[in-house]
Design a protein around this ligand. Structure first.
Ligand code: PBG
Length: 331
């Protein structure tokens, strides 16, 4: 690159030349956000006519199956290619039975979305925490979340989602070896074409607070620090991601997004597989709360955040802002 071209007679660079108008700025933008980047997360519950706003997540709702056709229509109109489904079961037990029930809430929601719009990519969150009465992501053995005992149920859950028609399954439990276990069970059941999006570098984060209220999935004792990653660690995230790719993950994820952009950026440099970032509930709620008080411009803060996540290296952005951002990007 020739520095000389940029340098004026005065001897310094005129960086501002290309910032003078909206047109110029658009022309030289290095990162372009598009609705195609987004995955919209959604909470589905039993019942009829349910469209219940989640208090700590203004603009986000728990919906029942009869609302899904309308949801699919919205997403299609906004050209958002994918949803990520979370379920609120009718009842919880120690084994998280509804997670892998053929007629479980997520399985039914997958069918409803596929009926409404076969083109929409339906991704399912594979985890036990919404379905267990103790609220942990795996089975409890001797007071601890048992890694190996949980793998079977996670794999069964993933297969039941694939059988219902899920396009991608996304394990978020953080048990070791779960990608391999899920890949094996999917293949054995004939779902060799169902991709796995692994929550690979998922941190034990305070930013999941609003989600846990929305999904009623807070642990009833202890916390998730024994299986989710410790926030100070970035090199370890690369080992987690590498292991998931070796086990058969098609897409890997860093979660949360904003506090871990360094991890995202390093993952982008190290690995060639599609990379997702989860802009989680607490990140959403913070913007909403501050904007409600008039302390920040919500629209600008949202688009800046999503652009930053993409700039750091995400190919896929899972975000509760998906719909509003898609609308703003079209204006
Ligand atoms: C389930 C799961 C969680 C989230 C996604 N999948 C919660 C958790 O790990 O406690 C969080 C998503 C969000 O905060 O938006 N394991």
């Amino acid at each position: 690159m020739s520095i000389v071209q940029l340098t004026s007679r005065e001897g310094f660079a005129r960086h501002r030349r290309l910032r003078r108008s909206e047109g110029l700025r658009r022309l030289v933008a290095e990162t372009r956000l598009s609705p195609s980047d987004f995955v919209y997360p959604l909470f589905v519950s039993h019942g009829a006519g349910v469209r219940e706003e989640i208090e700590a997540m203004p603009g986000q709702y728990r919906i029942s199956l009869d609302q899904i056709a309308r949801e699919a229509e919205d997403l299609r109109a906004l050209t958002i290619p994918a949803v990520l489904l979370f379920g609120l079961p009718a009842s919880k037990d120690a084994q998280g039975t509804e997670a892998y029930a053929e007629d479980g809430i997520v399985q039914e929601a997958v069918r409803a979305f596929k009926r409404a719009d076969p083109e929409l990519v339906v991704i399912t969150d594979v985890c036990l925490c919404e379905y267990t009465d103790h609220g942990h992501c795996g089975l409890i053995v001797d007071g601890e979340v048992d890694n190996d005992a949980s793998l079977d149920l996670l794999a069964r859950t993933a297969v039941s989602h694939a059988r219902a028609g899920a396009d991608i399954v996304a394990p978020s439990d953080m048990m070791d070896g779960r990608v391999e276990a899920i890949r094996e069970e999917l293949d054995d059941a004939g779902y060799t074409q169902t991709p796995i999006m692994a929550y690979s570098a998922k941190y034990a984060s305070a930013f999941y607070g609003p989600f846990r209220v929305a999904a009623d999935s807070a642990p009833q004792f202890g916390d998730r620090r024994g299986y989710q990653m410790d926030p100070p660690n970035a090199r370890e995230a690369l080992r987690e991601i590498e292991a998931d790719i070796e086990e058969g993950a098609d897409i890997v994820m860093v979660k949360p997004a904003l506090p871990y952009l360094d991890v995202l950026s390093r993952a982008r440099q190290e690995f060639d597989v599609p990379l997702a970032a989860y802009n989680v509930s607490g990140e959403y709620s913070m913007i909403k709360a501050a904007a409600e008080r008039g302390w920040i411009d919500g629209r600008r803060a949202t688009l800046e955040t999503l652009t930053a996540i993409k700039r750091a290296g995400a190919d896929i952005i899972i975000t509760y802002h998906a719909k509003e951002a898609a609308r703003w990007l079209r204006e």
